[in-house]
Design a protein. Sequence first.
Length: 708
Amino acid sequence: MSTDEMKAQERRVWILPSFPTPNGGLHVGHLAGPFIAADVLRRALQDAGRDPQLLMGTVGHQSQVAAAARLANRTFYEEADSNTTLIRGTLERFGIEPAVFVQPRNPKYPALSREVFDLLLDAGYVEYLAVPTHHCPRCAVPRFEAFLTGRCPHCSSTQTAGIECEQCALPYDEAALVDARCSVCSSETELVAIERWMLRLESLRERLRTHHDVAQSTPTLRRYLGAVLDRVLPDFPVSIPGTDGVPVPTPGAGQHVLYSGFELVGRYVTAIDAVAEKHGRGWREELRLHAGADLVVLFGFDNAYLRAVVFTAMLLALEDHGLSAPLTYLSNEFYNLDGEKFSTSRNHVVWGDDLLEDHALDDIRLYVSVTRPEIERTNFTVRELEQASERTRGNFDEWLRLLTLDVASTSIGGGSEAERDHLQESLEVAATRIGRYSSARTFNPRLLALEGLAVVDAALDAARRSVASGASDAGRWVLQLRALRLAETALSPVMPEFRNVLHASQVLPTIQIRANRWRQVSEKQDFAVDTGGFTIRLLDAEQDAEVLFRALDHSEVWTHIPSGRPTDARALRQRLELRALDPDRVQFTIMDKAGEVIGTTSLINLNPSSVEIGSTMMTPSRWGSGANSEVKQALLKVARDHIGVERVILQTDERNTRSQSAIRKLGARLVETRHADMKRADGSLRDSVVFELDLDRIPADSGKASNR
């Protein structure tokens, strides 16, 4: 396998939400379930450098569409096409951008659905059986799904849909439906044995159980699957008598079409084929090229049986043909409107397009993400949407306004070390959580949105305190930059316009210019500085930890280092890796002309006009040799010529007179003493002396930077 193919496998993620049924438009309840969540995942993965493919379309040949067409006096396809146009328009207006959109009219759809049928038939999972089927004596036709009413044999709910219940989501044999009646004429139905193709799900039950033991899903779905898979699985309909659908041959008389639920895999394969067609490939080659890709499915809990059991079982049965079952299942409960379930029949509904008439897209997407019904029903009200939007926008605006003031004054001021540490700890926790909630295997749109809002709240609180204090603290300004980046990472997938708001603010241009210059150093893995006597290159924690530990494993090296002396190379490596997570720190390894590693140094705490040189440590045998001065002079030139700042900050422990003397020899001036600035390794409070050096005072030839 080529390197490009391996990278393609690692990057691709298939995102498959339930397809909407084209028997009407989309209301907020639909959007708050799988659709906005799927687009949030697409945007988050795209920002992370993955290759997400959002597969969407409309449900194939479902009886609900036939029922709506009958009432509207239209053909099946007239009804489906009309509502599909409405659905696609709403998705577009909500910023939901699929890679492909599959419709039953897709010319390849029937053939690919038949191909799935043939593969399962050849593998022995599909059989032609005589099945007790509901028949209306008055209408003289078999009845299925939307043309059949009754009560669930498990919970007595009347919210039944074919062979599963919308209320409890448990499956049942068609013959088990209680008080079954024809929905057209209200007559009681009779059970008549009709030969049909059926999928023998029971033969796949143990494979399903094994698969779901390792797959990711919500606690509610795991409990549900435990209960379902502890029972014998009923046969699943593959074909029904009819004309609206994908024709399928039968050994007996009469025309049969594929049952809509069986078309699930056919729709999925058709969507993959549409992606593949863009590159001149077929679906099999596309799956082979992306054999290691993740598949994430999103659906309402009422569809749990179809997606987590039937769809998954079919994919498990077709593994030899390149298809893989999902490893992430994201289900949601019903979304209520003013305390009651959305209902189009009772006109208890808020249509997506209508809501956009009076409310901003970002406000709606954020609110429905935060109130998303993940494991229990939640409630939507227009008033709460407006209140939440006003509160959130107020916080955003105030935060950006305070940061604008602080950029103008070059740094965010003051506050105690404890306050700064609190913000730093909050951001470190947030970074971990945001990474988790935005990944394919552990995606959670609600927690991602909440974490982004928590970052804004924490950074806003710190900014308020900083402006009130008025003192100078470059480190706090850097933390605010990190908060901006984290907020952008978490909230931009939820709120498509949020990134534009950030980049249009007065604070972002300054940050972006500095960040671009910073990246010239921090992101070039071959960046190096040749001082003449030494080489300074970017530090690699995995590669350098062992040799650095040997060079620095002397008690005198760590006397004035607040973090203390590491016990071994592994502990040093962990410390270096943790520092590498800081986007505003670049760590360097120092080597002599013979290639021996002698120490480390860093550029940290980037500000609009300054950067700090710190965390410099060298093996004691090089103390007093001029090595420290030569290295520092080279870094001064990097700060001026590559990052573009005007001055450099250097600080050290007030007790470290040797370091202070070296800093003064560079030409730096003492600007302040920060009392009780940080804790030493022994627990005592350190006073830090802070120096500044204007970079227009350094010579032009103090170190040559290169990209080797």
